[in-house]
Design a protein around this ligand. Sequence first.
Ligand code: GLC
Ligand code: CA
Length: 564
Amino acid sequence: MIDDLWYKNAIIYCLSISTYMDANGDGIGDFKGLERRLDYLHGLGITAIWLMPFQPSPMRDDGYDITDYYGVDPRYGTLGDFVEFTHGCRQRGIRVIIDLVVNHTSDQHPWFKQACSSRDSAYRDWYVWSNKKPANAKRGMVFPGVQKSTWSRNKQCGQWYFHRFYEFQPDLNTSNPHVQAEILKIMGFWIQLGVSGFRMDAVPFVIATKGPKVRKPVEQYDMLRSLREFLQWRKGDAIILAEANVLPNSDMEYFGRDGDRMHMMFNFHVNQHLFYALASADSRPLAKALAATKPRPATAQWGMFLRNHDELDLGRLTKRQRNAVFRAFGAKKNMQLYDRGIRRRLAPMLGGDRRRLELSYSLMCTLPGTPVIRYGDEIAMGDNLDLPERNCARTPMQWSNEAHAGFTQGERPSLPIIDEGPYGYEHVNVAKQRRDPNSMLNWTERIIRMRKEVPEVGWGDFKIIATGDPAVLAIRYDWRNDSVLFVHNLKDTPREVTIDVGLPKPVNQLLVNLLSEKHSRADRRGKHCLLIEAYGYRWYRCGGLDYLLKRSDIDAEGARSHPT
Ligand code: GLC
Ligand code: CA
C-alpha cells in the first residue's frame, strides 16, 4: 500500500537528453543514447528520471521554449524512440517524469505566430496583450541583467505581449479555459506514452493573474487542484513535482490543505539555507528552514536537491548570509548570475573536497524529502565558466577517457566537453570511477542503496536533536516503531558532542552505524558522546538491526499526518 506513493521515497535523477549520450554521431545526445545508458542508471540505483524538455524547440533556452507540445525534437529522435525509452525504463523499474513547460511557448510556436498574424485569430486570447507599453514593463524580470523587460512589442501586430522570461518566450494566458484544456490534453498525451508525471515549470507564474493592468499578480491556486484531479483520473500513480520558489507560508497553498494539489515541490527554502550552512558551518538557519517547511499533508513530499540546471538562487537569504555563500563558493563575478545566485556545479564550489562532497550528498539524502540528483554529480563533474549564463553547468556527461569523453563518435560535439583542468574528462569519467572502489561514483551508489533502506526519511516524522554545537546538526526520524538518527559536522575541525537521542530505554542505548563500524553505546546517563571528524557524517539506527522485526504495520496515533 505505501509503495503506491512511490515519490515519497524515490531517488530522482535529472538529466537533459542533449548532453547525455549521442548514439547517431551528430554530436547531440539522443533517445537511443539515453536508452543504452539505462543499465548504468539502473546500477546506480536511481528509481526515477526527470527528463528535461525534449520537444521541438529553437533551443534558445535549452528547450524551455517549445514549438510543439506533442512531439520529439528530430535532433533527439522520434516519438517511437521516446516510447522505446520509457519502455526500457519500465523494464528496469525506473519511472520517468518529464518537464511540463506551459507558462509560455516559444515565439516560434504556431499558436503565437497565428496570434500575431491577426487580431481575430482564434489563438489571440491564448497570449497576454497590451495596446500600449505597460508602465511596469521594466519590472518582474526573471533573468535580470540579461532580460531587459517583461513586455515586448510584436512588429507584425503592433501590440505588446507579456513574457515573464526571455522575450522569445511569450506567456500563455493561463486563465483562458481553452489554454487550460490544452494543458490537460498535453498531460494526457504523455501519460498515455508511459510517463509517471511532470516536473511543472514555473508554477507560481503559471497560476498568476497576468495582464497590463495587473500590478501585483495573484495566484489562482484552484488551478492546481484541477490539474491534479485530471491526472489522477487518467493515471493513479502519476504525480506533479512543482518548481515553485516560494516562501514557506504559501507551501500549504501549493500542496493543498487536504493534499489535493501538488504531490511534490522542490524545497528551495531549505536548499538556500543548506548552502548557507555549508558555507558558514552554522546549522541553525538550516534547522529553522526545516521547521518552517515542516507543515505538509502526509501524502505530499519535498524534493531535496543541491544543484540543478539553473543557477543556485540565494534570493531568500539575508544579505549577510548571501554574501557568506558568495564568499565561500562563488567569489568571482563570473561565477555569479542574475544578481542573486551562483552558476557553478557543486564539485568546483566545494574545491573538489571529497569530504565536503560526501557531507553535502549525505545531507541531501537525509533531509526530510526525496533526493533529486543532477546528472554528472555522481562523478563530481565540473563546470565551464566560459559558457554563457547557466550553460556552464550543462556540459556533456563524461563517460570515459576516449574521444569526446565517450559522449559521441561524431567529429564535433554540439556542446563543448570539459577537456582541461582537474575536471577534464580524462580525470573525471564514469569508466575510471567504476574501477575504483573508493570513487565518488561507487560512494554514490552505496549511499543510494542505504538511503533506500531508510524509508523513515521519506515517511517519518522528524525532530532536530540538540547537540550544543551549531556546527553539528542531528536529526531523528520516527516511523512505525523504528527510529534513525543522522548527524552531520559542518565544520573543518573534529567536533565532540554529547546528545540525548530522546528515545526510551532500551532503544536509546545503542546507535548502530549503517556506514562504518563506529557504533555508539550510551553512557550511564543514557547519553551518547560522539566524536565526529572534520566534515564527518553518521547514519545510525536506534536500538539495533532487529528493527525490521519490530516494525509496525500502522503509524502511531497522531503521527499519521504531519501536524500543520
Ligand atoms: C524554469 C527553468 C529554467 C527556464 C525557465 C523558463 O525556471 O528551470 O531553466 O529557463 O523556467 O522556462
Ligand atoms: Ca544524436
